[in-house]
Design a protein around this ligand. Structure first.
Ligand SMILES: Cc1cc2nc3c(=O)[nH]c(=O)nc-3n(C[C@H](O)[C@H](O)[C@H](O)COP(=O)(O)OP(=O)(O)OC[C@H]3O[C@@H](n4cnc5c(N)ncnc54)[C@H](O)[C@@H]3O)c2cc1C
Length: 367
């Protein structure tokens, strides 16, 4: 049986950031990825936004790791030449209720450690973005965008430079605790068995299945899983805005917002669709077009007729369901479940991309 010190399950931005961190700390690392290529799921299906951390309480993992991760990510991208841009973001008031909530939003951000927000008048907002319609706005200068696939590739390159090995087409199916670690059964053509001392479950949407495959791990250490789909529609032609545009958030999602990518493309979304089943697909229903057009026209009245097209979808892995308190990241290590060498991550939805380097740091401290 092959033997390796540390196995990271999942080659999304989180697993790759962790593999890089541990490889640089001297671990012998093997990354197991079920797909044929890295970053095919949530890491390729997000808004690509580096969040400022406006809404996340300082007491939550979201709050702590987003604030730290944002700075780490900007630094990393600057030194590694991963494409990134501090675009800034405008949170726009589209009705009187939104307008009355803007000062509170600045206050909340301040309490959460984001001190650079500024409320601006509709005239100032429209001077910045002539296509925009709004009653007022809050400007967030530290929000930006990042090339997520490029980031994943950069993490992999740095991990490999330290000796880490990536195995694709290698879904982890079952785990048996053995003396000093774990025996892993990989569902590849060779039905490979691997022994390791440390096992990091960073399988994203698949983290729950990986956890259930660990013999002897009590169900009490596996949180419930809830799935919420988000779809985008893309626009054609020149980007209407330079900054990212977000309506003041209602309830559980940040609303159908405008984001652009570093190649000049732009899209609107994601919406929020709670999924009933535990299975999922990435189909974007073209019939949703009128809902998107209506949402976008509230802040971009000049949206040309028929210019939006179904683009892509992502699935948010959550540990809380509809109407419940906000979901947060869950880290489950030896202190929680009692199995030395095992760290599991659940519910790594937004702001996971922003937080990836800080998450990797957190996981390293838990081993
Ligand atoms: C709609 C949406 C919008 C978002 N927007 C933003 C944003 O703007 N900013 C931000 O900061 N965050 C955003 N996020 C969150 C961010 O995209 C995620 O937090 C991040 O990509 C999660 O990465 P991951 O590596 O955990 O998951 P994934 O990228 O899904 O990677 C998990 C990997 O594990 C593999 N895997 C699964 N099961 C197994 C197995 N048994 N064996 C081996 N491999 C396995 C999968 O194939 C996959 O490659 C968004 C998320 C969604 C859904």
């Amino acid at each position: 049986m092959d033997q390796v010190q540390t196995v990271v399950v999942g080659a999304g931005v989180i697993g790759l950031a962790i593999a890089r961190k541990l490889a640089r700390a001297g671990h012998e690392v093997l990354i197991l990825e079920a797909e044929t290529r890295i970053a095919q799921h949530t890491s390729a299906r997000n808004s690509g936004v580096i969040h400022a951390g406006i809404y996340y309480s300082k007491d939550s993992w979201h709050g702590r790791l987003c604030a730290r991760g944002k700075e780490m990510l900007y630094d990393y991208c600057a030194t590694r030449r991963v494409d990134v841009e501090r675009t800034g973001k405008l949170i726009v008031a589209l009705n009187e209720d939104h307008l009355s909530r803007l000062p509170g939003l600045v206050k909340t951000a301040h309490a959460n450690g984001v001190t650079d927000l500024q409320q601006i008048s509709p005239r100032e907002a429209m001077e910045l973005e002539p296509e925009l319609a709004c009653l007022g706005a809050v400007a967030s200068p530290s929000t930006g965008i990042v090339d997520a696939p490029g980031l994943a590739l950069s993490f992999l390159g740095e991990a490999e430079a330290e000796g880490a090995v990536l195995a694709v087409n290698a879904p982890l199916r079952a785990v048996h605790p053995i003396s000093g670690g774990f025996e892993l059964n990989v569902d590849d053509p060779g039905e490979t068995k691997i022994a390791c001392s440390n096992l990091i479950n960073a399988a994203g949407l698949g983290a729950w299945d990986v956890a259930r495959g660990i013999h002897g791990l009590s169900e009490t250490h596996i949180p419930d899983r809830f799935l919420a789909k988000g779809c985008w529609f893309s626009g054609t032609g020149a980007s209407p805005f330079r900054q990212l545009i977000y309506p003041v958030p209602d309830n559980e999602s940040l609303g159908i917002h405008f984001t652009r990518n570093l190649g000049g493309g732009f899209k609107f979304g994601p919406n929020l669709e709670w999924l009933d089943t535990q299975g999922f697909d990435y189909f974007v229903d073209p019939a949703k077009l009128p809902v998107f057009e209506q949402a976008v026209r509230r802040y971009w009245p000049g949206l040309p007729e028929g210019s939006l097209h179904p683009e892509s979808a992502g699935i948010r892995p959550k540990v809380r369901g509809e109407g419940d308190v906000a979901s947060d990241f869950v880290f489950s290590g030896p202190a929680q479940h009692g199995l030395p060498g095992l760290v599991q991550l659940f519910g790594i939805e937004s702001p996971g991309l922003t937080s990836c380097l800080a998450i990797a740091q957190q996981v390293a401290t838990m081993l």
